[in-house]
Design a protein around this ligand. Structure first.
Ligand SMILES: Nc1ncnc2c1ncn2[C@@H]1O[C@H](COP(=O)(O)OP(=O)(O)OP(=O)(O)O)[C@@H](O)[C@H]1O
Ligand SMILES: [Mg+2]
Length: 227
């Protein structure tokens, strides 16, 4: 009975997606997680799948754990981990397995059960397949968390961001905000204009994240979901 009740309980937190890959999702999710943790919340982090681990560097789940102060094991943060830099559905296929959406939802709920806030990072953008027929967007819907969209502020930002907003709203996802990152100290006329156009045409609030040193956690800017 307890398990059944838990499975229906709404999650608290945020689902960070982006206009694509390498647009700042991890940085935005990390800044939100750290802001919540510094504010006193117990924060858990989650990512359905990570690929490209062969490339070295600090993987997304390690940075998210560091940002949140959580002690979750790798498996509790990201159930599926792959070496080659490929879409998760293909990375899984090449590893001889298939991502199980039910396992993802269970794992996200298990992560959330030990915390007051769950900060999820997607993989790639909203339309990235986790299985041949189950997209990141489907997972965001199932988790029922409000979405934050990370985007680069430069050329292409308006189109990519508006497309992502349409894809989110088409299935009823609530979009908290768009975060432009890294936001320059001295933004150009184009970057400022892009921000205005996204707010106006997308009917969404925008936040910005200045460039910061990921190694120096004490210097990270605050970023609240919805800002
Ligand atoms: N505000 C910022 N401060 C410092 N670096 C930033 C900032 N925003 C983006 N970056 C840099 O941009 C790059 C991509 O960011 P990030 O890894 O967060 O993207 P991602 O969307 O999570 O990528 P992936 O699709 O691989 O998960 C990284 O090198 C990151 O350090
Ligand atoms: Mg990332």
């Amino acid at each position: 009975m307890v398990a059944a009740r838990d499975a229906r309980r709404p999650l608290r937190g945020v689902f960070v997606t982006g206009t694509g890959t390498e647009v700042g999702k991890t940085v935005v999710a990390a800044a939100i997680a750290r802001t919540l943790a510094v504010g006193g919340a117990r924060v858990a982090v989650f990512k359905p799948a990570v690929s490209g681990l062969d490339g070295g560097g600090e993987p997304d789940h390690a940075l998210l754990r560091r940002a949140s102060g959580s002690t979750q094991p790798d498996d509790g943060i990201v159930p599926y981990r792959y070496g080659p830099p490929l879409s998760p559905h293909l990375a899984a296929e090449l590893a001889g397995e298939r991502i199980d959406p039910r396992r993802l939802v269970r794992a996200a709920r298990a992560a959330a059960s030990g915390a007051e806030q769950l900060v999820c990072e997607g993989a790639g953008g909203l339309m990235v397949p986790l299985t041949p027929g189950y997209l990141i967007r489907d997972l965001a819907r199932e988790l029922g968390l409000p979405v934050v969209i990370a985007a680069s502020p430069g050329l292409g930002a308006i189109n990519h961001t508006l497309l992502t907003l349409e894809a989110a709203r088409a299935v009823g996802l609530e979009v908290s905000s768009v975060v432009l990152t890294p936001w320059p100290d001295d933004p150009s006329a184009m970057e400022r204009s892009n921000r205005d156009a996204i707010e106006r045409l997308g009917a969404v609030s925008t936040g910005v994240l200045p460039r910061f040193d990921l190694e120096a956690a004490d210097s990270w800017p605050t970023l609240r979901p919805g800002e």
